[in-house]
Every structure is written in C-alpha cells, then in structure tokens.
Design a protein around this ligand. Sequence first.
Ligand SMILES: C[S@@+](CC[C@H](N)C(=O)[O-])C[C@H]1O[C@@H](n2cnc3c(N)ncnc32)[C@H](O)[C@@H]1O
Length: 248
Amino acid sequence: MDHHEISDIYLSRHVARNGRLLERSNDPRLRYIGQYIPQDKKSVILDAGCGDGKLAMYWHQRGYEKIQGIDLFDELNTWNTFNYRKASISQTGLADNSVDFIYCLGVILYLDDPAEGFAELYRILKPGGKVVFSAHTVHSPFTWERRLNRKFGGEIHLRDVKFKSADTYVTQSRRVGFRVLDMDGYELLWLPRLLRRVYRKLRQSIFGSGKRDGSAPEPWRKRPSWLKWLYATSAYHMLIALEKPEKT
Ligand SMILES: C[S@@+](CC[C@H](N)C(=O)[O-])C[C@H]1O[C@@H](n2cnc3c(N)ncnc32)[C@H](O)[C@@H]1O
C-alpha cells in the first residue's frame, strides 16, 4: 500500500470516531509508555504515526508542552494541543539528536523495510533518548484471525502488511545501534469477539473503566521474564522499549 492509500483508509476510520476523546488512563499502551516518558514536561516528544492524535492529546493533558505528531494525512485537527505535520516515520524531516522520547504505536509494520524506520528514529533521538513501539505479533491468534479475515476482503488497513516477530524487530533495531530495554505486550488471551466484549464489560464493572480526564496512567504491572516473552511473541501487540546509548 502506498502512503495515499494508508492515509485514506485511516482518515475514514478516524472521522468515524470522536477525535476529542482521550484514551483511558488504564489503557495498556499509556501504562507502558508511562514507564519511559521523561518526567520533564518540557521534553520534546514525538508521536510517530499519531493517527487521530488521541494519545498526543492525552500527554498534552498531562502537561507535556512540546509534542510533535507526524502521520501521512495532509492535515489533522489537533485542537491546538500538539504540533502536527505530514511526514513518514522513515523520513521525519526532524533534526539529528533533537527528540527526547518517541512512541510509535502500530506503525512500524507499515514500512516495507522497518530498518529504515529504526534508523530514522535513531538519527533524530538525543543520546540517552528512548523509544517505545508496538506492532502486531506474528504468532498471535489475533493475527491469525486477521489474516483469515483478510483473505475474505476484511482488514483493509492491513492489506499488504507483512507481520513480523518481536525478534525480527529487535534484531533490526539493534543493528542501527539501539539498546533493547524491555520486551512485553498486551492482550494475551484470544477469545471470540463476543466473549471479549463480555469480558471487558465485566472487568470494567469490577475494576472501573479507567478515567478519560488525563489522569496519570495506572502503573504497568511487572511480569516475570517468561510471561513477558509470551506476551512479546504471541499477545495482540508486542510492546518494545529501546534506548539510544549515551556514547555511540
Ligand atoms: C494503527 S494506526 C495507529 C495510530 C496511533 N499510533 C494509535 O496508536 O492510536 C496506524 C497509523 O500509522 C499511520 N502510518 C502508516 N504508515 C506510516 C508512515 N510510514 N509514517 C507515518 N505514519 C504512518 C497511519 O496513517 C495510521 O494513522
């Protein structure tokens, strides 16, 4: 898929959603990012492939003043909460060593050569800066389900995507110089869609649905290394944290 196709597909998906809603504070992605995002609210943060900008709006609500979002859309209404410009994660147009922290969720899988994306993120990060990225895991039952749907014309946003393992991404990111800080994931159990919804409703009624008011992300629950490995290899999405070493 070229950039225009991807952008058209996601524009129609975003328009259908209420772009002003923040993500919930118990969203696993926010909880994971919360472990690595710098405490200094003046840090330069890049939301690489920001989609409708809900995550960037959330961090803006948390007090971050310098958030840059990039995606493939010509323009995006950010409600004056962050800066947006059209750029690919493999060619951001940002200066060398200019960004303190990057999160890049569900985007790296769109690159024919993810190594190009890692090299670009490495270039723009300041030494000591960190990246959190996520992607579908190749061995997850969620991905098998999506592949099956794709065969019948569904999942058009994933039409040409080649799913990759966490090991492949980690190898590529190490090659450009990154240090791998952590590998994990979210949503391990596969259930038919209906059961999943029932489970979510049940969980929400027991633990609450998470606040959408920009309150601090709930803490990430640490897992033993074998469980992390299981999540990184076969959960719905892997979550990987990288660091650009201080001395290169
Ligand atoms: C699954 S959505 C994720 C959006 C957002 N990161 C989130 O987690 O809500 C994937 C996004 O990546 C964008 N995208 C795909 N390829 C890209 C590229 N090469 N550079 C920048 N953004 C890209 C799409 O337009 C889409 O908005």
